[in-house]
Design a protein around this ligand. Structure first.
Ligand code: TYD
Ligand code: ZN
Length: 411
């Protein structure tokens, strides 16, 4: 239901936002508190809408940026071998295509631990990672990349251009959709990019979120959920042209968008194909969005019923992967330590802490392998293949995975 009186205008075009989901008060997804930590955790209303003009799906309220990305931000891109090879392949592609001219220069927004740029640095190519989280900036430097420890905006784009010259490529992975002030970022990219340059970004695809009911992609850090249609609009509104859109299997389904200055590149057929698919799927239609909200409720009901039945049966159930995504799932379903005894995760900074809002202890994967539970809820479902093959002994010993995307099932 739309509540236009409290809804802000679209951050991209100023149009009207039509609310289509409201997950209520939620904590920040990467705010892992220590047991007994004093004070209330920060919460905000996690609700979203679609713009009736440019069709960009976005959160209605946002958590403060500096609360999200700071010294203690725990996420490390290199935690998955699949993601490591994903970014190594992309670095090779950039080196072979966009960075094959004399003295090329590439800038990455949100360079994280340097997972992509380290390969560029090893090839001796001029680069700069922009990374506002202090620890990550430091890790990137240790990994041999040059890092600027600031938030990217128009002013920084201009400064980099003055100091380093124009960029052949500006790249952002799982970063662009996290930034509320995209207008300033796009002006900064405009200032920084060479006339022939490209801005390439990849983020979760709203088409996949609807198709798989992967509503756990919705949390404080994901302010925008893009489609080809909405990115085409945004690009044009900021003096760029969407020239390519490539679907990616990572993070539960993403698209890698390529923007260039208008008329400088041939528009790839994928843009038109995906636009037609989106139209056919009715991605911007109120009926589709209502169905999505109904599907979310169904998944939550099914999952809670299953977990309660297993508990009543005396089965042990744990969570696998303390993902940011799981914060939305666990809070929306009201799943706490009484239903999941712990969640295991490889990230040292998360271990010994509690899942946000639901207070489930996070333990090292050793806890899992030392004593397999009867069931494990696969919270890091986007890494299903990698995790299932790594933990094949769990199933061999009689353990079962519980999955919830696109439907709740035992596998
Ligand atoms: P990620 O896929 O980035 O999800 P999100 O963006 O929702 O946080 O995070 C994966 C999490 O799962 C991360 O905390 C590391 C953890 N993980 C494991 O514990 N074991 C594994 O084998 C893999 C691949 C990830
Ligand atoms: Zn809009």
């Amino acid at each position: 239901m739309s509540r236009t009186t409290t809804v802000p205008p679209c951050r991209i075009c100023g149009g009207g936002l039509q609310e289509f989901f409201d997950f209520g008060k939620q904590p920040m997804a990467n705010a892992y508190r220590t047991p007994g930590e004093p004070g209330e955790a920060f919460t905000f209303r996690l609700a979203g809408g679609i713009c009736d003009r440019c069709t960009t799906v976005q959160l209605l309220e946002e958590a403060p940026h500096d609360r999200m990305f700071h010294g203690g931000y725990p996420y490390r891109s290199s935690g998955s071998s699949v993601m490591r090879s994903h970014f190594e392949q992309l670095a090779d592609t950039f080196l072979a295509t966009e960075l094959d001219r004399p003295d090329p220069f590439i800038v990455e927004l949100g360079s994280n631990d340097g997972i992509m740029l380290r390969k560029i640095a090893a090839a001796g190519v001029r680069h700069l990672g922009v990374e506002p989280c202090d620890d990550l900036a430091e890790t990137g430097r240790r990994n041999g990349i040059r890092v600027c420890n600031e938030f990217f905006d128009e002013e920084l784009g201009k400064r980099i251009r003055e100091e380093d010259g124009p960029a052949d490529v500006v790249f952002a992975a799982n970063t662009f959709s996290h930034i509320s002030f995209l207008d300033s970022v796009l002006r900064g990219i405009d200032a920084l990019l060479a006339p022939h340059g490209v801005f390439v970004f990849e983020d979760p695809y709203f088409g996949d979120i609807v198709r798989k009911t992967s509503f756990d992609q919705i949390y404080d850090e994901h302010i925008f959920f893009f489609t080809v249609r909405s990115v085409k609009y945004m690009a044009a509104a900021h003096g760029f042209e969407l020239v390519d859109a490539e679907r990616l299997p990572v993070h539960g389904g993403e698209i890698r968008y390529t923007l260039a200055r208008p008329g400088t590149r041939a528009v790839q057929p994928s843009v038109r194909t995906l636009l037609a698919e989106e139209e056919k799927a009715g991605l911007a239609d109120p009926a589709t969005l209502r169905r999505f909200s109904d599907d979310v409720r169904r998944v939550c009901t099914d999952l809670v019923s299953l977990l309660r039945a297993l508990r009543e049966d005396g089965r042990t159930v744990v969570g696998y992967g303390a993902t940011a995504k799981s914060a939305t799932l666990l809070n929306l379903c009201g799943i706490g330590p009484e239903l999941l005894s712990y969640v295991c995760d490889t990230t040292p900074a998360k271990q010994g802490r509690l899942t946000p809002g639901t207070g489930i202890p996070i333990r090292s994967p050793r806890a899992f392998t030392e004593e397999f539970p009867d069931y494990a809820l696969l919270l890091a479902w986007n890494h299903a293949e990698e995790i299932k093959s790594k933990e094949s002994a769990f199933v061999a010993s009689g353990g079962r995975w519980i999955e919830y995307v696109p439907d709740v099932r035992i596998s």
